[in-house]
Design a protein around this ligand. Sequence first.
Ligand SMILES: [Zn+2]
Length: 89
Amino acid sequence: MSTKKIPLRQCIGCGEMKSKKEMIRVLKTSEDEIVLDATGRKNGRGAYLCPSMECFHKAVKNKGLERSFKMAIPKEVYETLEKEMEQIG
Ligand SMILES: [Zn+2]
């Protein structure tokens, strides 16, 4: 039996479980900023998204980020994230 367990994370858009490596981490910094964490190395509370605009838009619609970070997400933050997502995707 394999003892290696791949840690799965749930996409806040589509709700699918995938390994961390396949996903984009969205991070809330200690300054309450919401940023995309491409390296996965920054500290803070994270939420995960598939690298697709579809999932991003789903997450906006179902307020996945609001629920993950327990705070209101300003429109400008969504706009910034959307631009960054476009570059990644
Ligand atoms: Zn997804």
